[in-house]
Design a protein around this ligand. Structure first.
Ligand code: NAP
Length: 551
C-alpha cells in the first residue's frame, strides 16, 4: 500500500493515533484509546506481538517481577481467567498471556506486524505526524506514540573481528526466533548482566561448555522460583484489588510490603543479620525492599547488605578464586540493576562452566574465526552470544528519525542529556507521547506503562473534547522536571552507577556520556504527579488550535 500521494492532500489522518511497539504498552494503548473512541494502529517490526518477550527468546528468559502483577490490569475478567504456572513466568508463558489478552480483547485488527518504522515527521501546517516504514509506506496520525519500551535497542560492542566468527554470533535480544540448538556445543557469552545470569545455568545443562566473559561482577539476588499452587492462585485472585493497589503505591511499582519502618542504621548489627537471613530465602527484589528502608540511600546500610550478599556468593561457589571473581566490590548494591539468580552461582561448580575475567586478568583482544582471543588465551566456540545490554530509555527512539517541524530530532536533542517531561513527552515535539521515556521511574513496567497510558488517554480526551489540534510540551516544564529528577538522583546511591557502566545512567554506551536517565523519587510519587497533572489540566503543555478551518 502506498499512501504517500493520498496523504499530501488530506487533513484527515489515517489514524487518530499511531504507536510503535506491540508489547505491553502497545496492547494497553489499544485498550485505553479504543475505549476513548479513537482509531489506533500499532506497528511492530517483529513477526509477533510481545515486545521484549518476543525478542528475548533466550534460554531461561523469565520475568523478574512476580508474574501475577507483571501484567495488564484493565480487565478484571482477564486477571481472573488467566492462570500463571509459576512465580516468574518464562518468555513463552508471558507471550501466551499476551496472545490471550490480544485475542480476548479483539486487538489484532489494530496491529500491523513485520513493519519497521524508519521515520516520523511532524508537520506544523496540518498538525499531523507522517510515519514512514523502511519499505517506504507512510501513514498520518494526530498523535504519535512510542510504545517501544525502555530496554529494547541492543547495545552491540565494538569488538575487533566480530564479523569474522564463522558460527552464529548475535545479541541476546536477537535470539533466533526459530530457536537455536546449542546442545553439545561450545558457547561463549560476552557480558554478565541480568540476561547472562538467566541464560547461563540453563544453557550449561546441555551445552558442551559455557564460558562467561565478565567485566564487572553483579550483586545477584536469589529469585526462588516456585510453582503456582491452587491455594496461592486463589489467594491472589481473591485479593487482586489489594495487590494492584500495592503496586500503584509502591516506590518501584511492585506488590511489596514496604516501606517496613525499619532501617539498618537504627537496628543492632546481629538483628540486621537475622533480618537479612530471614528474607534471603524468600527471593526477588523483596530482599532490597522488605528488609530495611535505607538500603538505597545510606551508604553504610547498603554496604551491610552488599557484604551479606558477598558472604552468600562464597557459600555457593566452591572454587574460592571463581567466587572472588564473581564478587562485586567498590560500588553499592543497586548502582547496577541487580539480576535475579536461578542457579547462576551454582552453575560455576559444574565442570563445563568457566568464568573469564576480562576486566583485569585477560581482556578481550579480538573475536576470531573460531572464537575469542584474550590477552592470555584463545577460546574456541561454536556459538557466541553478546549479552551486552541495551541503549536504555532513549535508544529505540534515537534509532528512528523522529523529526519536529523545525527539523530537530530526538536523537540530536538527547546527545548530552536525556531531558523529558515526566518521561511522557519532550519539549519541542508536539503531539508526541512516550511511554516510559527517559526520566520516568524504573519500576514494575506494566504498572508504569498503564499509569502513562492513562495520562496520555486523559490528555487526548481533553484535546478532543475541547477541539485542540496541537499540544506543545513547554520547555520550562521540561527544565523543571529534569532539574527535579537530577536533584533526587544525586541523593541516591544509584548516582554511583557511572563508575560501573550502569545502563541506568546510560553509562554503558561507548560514545555517550553518563546522564540522569531515571526518576528515583518513587514510582508512587511519580504516579501521583501524573494524576496531579491531569487534575490541573496538563499545565506542562500548551494547547492550540493552529490548523486553519478547512486547510
Ligand atoms: P546489562 O545489565 O547492561 O549487562 C551487559 C553486560 O555486558 C555487562 O556485564 C557489561 O559489562 C557487558 N558488556 C557491555 N559491553 C561490553 C564490552 N564491550 N565488552 C565486554 N563486556 C561488555 O544488560 P542485560 O544483562 O541485557 O540486562 C539489561 C537489563 O535488561 C537488566 O538490568 C534488566 O533491567 C533487563 N532484563 C530484565 C530481565 C527480567 O526482568 N527478567 C532479564 C534480562 C534483562 P560491564 O558491567 O562491565 O559494563
Amino acid at each position: 500500500m502506498d499512501n504517500n500521494e493520498n496523504n499530501k492532500n488530506k487533513l484527515e489522518p489515517d489514524f487518530d493515533a499511531i504507536a510503535i511497539g506491540a508489547g505491553f504498552a502497545g496492547l494497553g494503548l489499544i485498550h485505553y484509546l479504543r475505549e476513548a473512541g479513537l482509531s489506533i494502529r500499532v506497528f511492530d517490526k517483529a513477526s509477533d506481538i510481545g515486545g521484549t518477550w518476543t525478542w528475548n527468546r533466550y534460554p531461561g528468559a523469565a520475568t523478574d517481577s512476580e508474574g501475577y502483577y507483571y501484567c495488564l490490569s484493565f480487565s478484571k475478567e482477564i486477571l481472573q481467567d488467566w492462570t500463571w504456572s509459576q512465580r516468574y513466568p518464562g518468555w513463552e508463558e508471558t507471550l501466551r498471556y499476551m496472545h490471550f489478552v490480544a485475542d480476548r480483547c479483539d486487538m489484532w485488527p489494530h496491529i500491523q506486524l513485520n513493519t519497521e518504522i524508519a521515520s516520523a515527521a511532524f508537520d506544523e501546517e496540518t498538525g499531523l505526524w507522517t510515519v514512514t516504514s523502511t519499505d517506504g509506506d507512510s501513514w498520518t496520525c494526530k498523535y504519535f506514540i512510542s510504545a517501544m519500551g525502555m530496554i529494547s535497542e541492543p547495545n552491540i560492542p565494538h569488538l575487533k573481528g566480530m564479523d569474522t566468527f564463522e558460527g552464529p554470533c548475535f545479541h541476546s535480544s536477537r535470539w533466533p526466533q526459530e530457536g537455536l540448538d546449542y546442545a553439545g556445543k561450545r558457547v561463549g557469552i560476552i557480558g554478565a548482566g541480568a540476561t547472562a545470569v538467566q541464560m547461563l545455568p540453563v544453557m550449561a545443562k546441555t551445552a558442551a561448555s559455557v564460558t562467561l566473559f565478565q567485566r564487572t561482577p553483579n550483586y545477584v539476588l536469589p529469585a526462588v522460583q516456585k510453582p503456582m499452587t491452587p491455594e496461592w492462585e486463589k489467594e491472589i485472585k481473591d485479593n487482586y484489588d489489594e495487590i494492584l493497589n500495592k503496586c500503584r503505591h509502591h516506590v518501584f511499582g511492585m506488590a511489596f510490603d514496604s516501606p517496613v519502618g525499619r532501617t539498618v542504621a537504627e537496628t543492632p548489627p546481629e538483628e540486621v543479620q537475622r533480618v537479612f537471613e530471614e528474607h534471603w530465602p524468600r527471593g526477588s527484589f523483596r530482599f532490597c525492599f522488605e528488609t530495611f528502608d535505607d538500603l538505597l540511600a545510606d551508604a553504610d546500610s547498603n554496604e551491610a547488605a552488599a557484604e551479606f550478599i558477598r558472604s552468600k556468593i562464597r557459600e555457593k561457589v566452591n572454587d574460592p578464586d571463581t567466587a572472588e571473581l564473581l564478587t562485586p566490590r567498590g560500588y553499592p548494591l543497586f548502582a547496577k540493576r541487580p539480576p535475579l539468580d536461578h542457579g547462576f552461582y551454582e552453575a560455576f561448580n559444574r565442570d563445563n562452566v568457566k568464568l573469564v575475567d576480562i576486566n583485569t586478568r585477560e581482556p578481550i583482544v579480538e573475536i576470531t574465526a573460531t572464537g575469542v582471543k584474550t590477552t592470555e588465551h584463545e577460546y574456541e566456540f561454536d556459538i557466541i552470544v553478546l549479552a551486552t545490554g541495551f541503549k536504555a530509555y532513549t535508544g529505540a527512539l534515537e534509532a528512528i528519525e523522529i523529526r519536529n517541524a523545525e527539523g530537530g530530532t530526538l536523537s540530536k536533542k538527547w546527545q548530552e542529556t536525556s531531558a523529558s517531561i515526566m518521561g511522557v513527552c519532550a519539549a519541542d515535539f508536539p503531539n508526541l507521547f512516550i511511554i516510559t521515556g527517559p526520566q520516568a521511574p524504573f519500576a514494575n513496567l506494566p504498572t508504569s506503562i498503564e499509569q502513562n497510558i492513562m495520562w496520555i488517554t486523559d490528555c487526548i480526551q481533553k484535546m478532543e473534547a475541547e477541539h485542540y489540534d496541537v499540544f506543545t510540551p513547554k520547555q520550562e516544564a521540561e527544565d523543571a522536571w529534569s532539574a527535579h529528577t537530577e536533584e533526587i538522583h544525586a541523593q541516591t546511591l544509584m548516582a554511583e552507577g557511572y563508575k560501573v557502566n550502569s545502563w541506568m545512567m546510560g553509562a554503558n554506551i561507548e560514545d555517550k556520556k553518563p546522564r540522569v536517565l531515571i526518576y528515583f523519587g518513587g514510582a508512587d510519587v511519580y504516579y501521583d504527579k501524573l494524576r496531579e497533572s491531569v487534575d490541573a489540566g496538563f499545565p506542562e503543555l500548551e494547547f492550540s488550535k493552529r490548523v486553519a478551518e478547512g486547510a
